[in-house]
Design a protein around this ligand. Structure first.
Ligand code: FAD
Length: 394
C-alpha cells in the first residue's frame, strides 16, 4: 500500500484547498445544525450554503465522482478522496445535496432509473438547485428497515401513498424525496417494497419538525395522507425496491471526510493545550496524544477502503469497522474537549464568551447520534462478526 498521492492529485488538492479558502462562507456558530457527512445549517445560513454549492456546481464539483454524461467529472477514487479530505477538513456548509442527492439518490438513479428519470433529476442535483431528502426510516422501522409500513397502492396510472417517515433529515428544505413504501403487504417483508421519488409539494404531505438535543432543527417527521403520485415515480420494478434502495456504486465511501473533520478539531484542541497552564497541559496531554493516534489510525482505515475501491474490490466489513471507529472516536473527542475546557466548556455557541464558538459542547451533543445513523454501531458490529470474522448469526 502506497499512501502517497500522485503529483496530479496533490495539485488538485492545492486547487481545492485554495478554492475553499477563497469561497467558503463565514458562518455564525449558531447556524451549525448537524452533520450528515457535511455540515447542515440553519434557516439563516441556508442561502449561504446554497450559494456556495452553486459555485461548486459551476466547476462541476458537486458530484466529481459521477460520470461526465451525468454532470460529474468522472473523478477517480483517489481524486474523490482528495476532494473529500479537503472538504472534511475545511467544513463548508451543505444543503444536504452533497450527501443525499449526490451520495444516495443519484447513484440509485444512475443504475436503476429510466432515461427519463435520469434526464429529469440528475442535472438538478449537479446544478445544486434541487434538494432531496431520504424517506426510509419510520417510527418502528430503523435498523429493521424492511418492517416499514408506509403503503403505496396502485390506482390506475397512479400510486397512492399513506404512512409516516421519521428522522427525515432536511425534509423541511427538500424539493423532492426518495422513499421506500410497501406495495405488497402479503409478500415476505423484503420483497413487497418499492422505491419512489416524489415532489414534496404534492398535496397530502405534512412535514413536522423534530428539534434535537442541541435545540436545532435538522430532521423531521413526514406524514403522507393519500398522496397521489404518477406511476412514473416508481424507480426500478415494483416490489423490488429493497434491492434498488440498497444500491451502492463505486463512488468513494472511505469515511475520510469524517476523519479529516476530526483532525481539524483535534488541532484546535492542541493549540488550546499549548497555550494552557502547565497543570492543565499535564492533565490532558496524554489523552490528546491518544485521540490523535486514533484519528491517524482512522485515516489509515479510510485510505485502505479507498485503496480497495481503486483496485475494484468492494469494501464490506471494512466499511463497518471504519464507521464504528469514527463515530466512537467522535464521541470520545467531544467528551474530552468539553472536559479539557473546564466549566467554560459547557458554554454553547449562543454564549458570547463560549471558547471556540461553543464548538466542543455542540459537538458533544451532535456526536450522540453518530453511533446511530447510517446503520447503528451494533448493526455494524454484527456485520463485522458475521462477514468479517465468519461467526454464525446469533
Ligand atoms: C441524525 C440522524 C439523521 C437521520 N436521518 C435520516 C434520514 O434522513 N432518513 C432516514 O430514512 N432515516 C434517517 N435517520 C434514521 C436512522 O437511519 C435510524 O435512526 C437508524 O437506522 C436506527 O434506527 P432506529 O432509530 O429506529 O433505532 P432501532 O433500530 O430501534 O435501534 C435501537 C437500538 O437497538 C439496537 N439494535 C437494533 N437492532 C439490533 C440488532 N439486530 N442487534 C443488535 N442491536 C440492535 C440499535 O443498535 C440501537 O442501539 C437518521 C437518524 C439520525 C440519528
Amino acid at each position: 500500500m502506497d499512501f502517497r498521492f500522485s503529483e496530479a492529485e496533490e495539485k488538485l488538492r492545492s486547487e481545492v484547498r485554495q478554492f475553499l479558502q477563497e469561497h467558503m462562507p463565514e458562518l455564525d456558530p449558531v447556524d451549525r445544525v448537524g452533520s450528515i457527512g457535511g455540515l447542515v445549517v440553519s434557516e439563516n445560513a441556508f442561502e449561504k450554503a446554497m450559494a456556495f454549492n452553486k459555485k461548486l456546481a459551476e466547476r462541476g464539483w458537486i458530484a466529481p465522482g459521477w460520470p461526465k454524461e451525468y454532470g460529474g467529472l468522472g473523478a477517480t477514487i483517489y481524486e474523490q478522496m482528495v476532494f473529500n479530505e479537503e472538504f472534511g477538513y475545511a467544513g463548508p456548509p451543505d444543503t444536504g445535496t452533497r450527501v443525499l442527492g449526490v451520495g444516495l439518490l443519484g447513484p440509485t438513479l444512475i443504475v436503476h432509473g429510466t432515461e427519463e428519470q435520469k434526464r429529469e433529476h440528475l442535472s438538478g442535483i449537479t446544478s445544486a438547485e434541487v434538494i432531496w431528502c431520504q424517506g426510509f426510516s419510520e417510527p418502528s422501522a430503523g435498523s429493521d428497515l424492511a418492517s416499514l409500513q408506509t403503503r403505496a397502492v396502485r390506482d390506475g396510472d397512479d400510486y397512492i401513498i399513506s404512512g409516516q417517515k421519521s428522522w427525515t433529515s432536511e425534509a423541511h428544505h427538500a424539493d423532492w424525496m426518495f422513499l421506500l413504501a410497501r406495495t405488497d403487504p402479503d409478500a415476505p417483508k423484503h420483497k413487497g417494497i418499492s422505491f419512489f421519488v416524489l415532489d414534496m409539494k404534492t398535496p397530502g404531505i405534512t412535514v413536522q419538525p423534530m428539534i434535537h438535543m442541541a435545540n436545532r432543527h435538522h430532521f423531521n417527521d413526514v406524514f403522507f395522507d393519500n398522496v397521489r403520485v404518477p406511476k412514473e415515480a416508481l424507480v426500478g420494478e415494483e416490489n423490488r425496491g429493497w434491492y434498488v434502495g440498497m444500491t451502492l456504486l463505486d463512488f468513494e465511501r472511505s469515511g475520510i471526510i469524517g476523519f479529516a473533520s476530526q483532525r481539524r478539531t483535534l488541532e484546535t484542541m492542541l493549540d488550546h493545550l499549548r497555550g494552557s497552564p502547565q497543570r492543565i497541559r499535564e492533565k490532558y496531554r496524554l489523552g490528546l496524544a491518544e485521540l490523535m493516534i486514533d484519528n491517524h489510525v482512522g485515516r489509515c482505515l479510510s485510505y485502505r477502503i479507498g485503496d480497495m475501491q481503486a483496485k475494484g474490490q468492494t469494501p464490506s466489513h471494512e466499511g463497518s469497522a471504519m464507521k464504528v471507529f469514527q463515530s466512537d472516536l467522535l464521541q470520545r473527542m467531544a467528551n474530552f474537549g468539553v472536559k479539557m475546557l473546564g466549566l467554560a466548556g459547557q458554554l454553547l455557541p449562543e454564549e458570547p464568551k463560549a471558547p471556540y464558538d461553543g464548538e466542543m459542547p455542540e459537538s458533544y451533543m451532535i456526536a450522540v447520534p453518530a453511533t446511530i445513523y447510517a446503520g447503528s454501531n451494533e448493526i455494524q458490529r454484527n456485520i463485522i462478526a458475521t462477514r468479517g470474522l465468519g461467526l454464525p448469526r446469533g
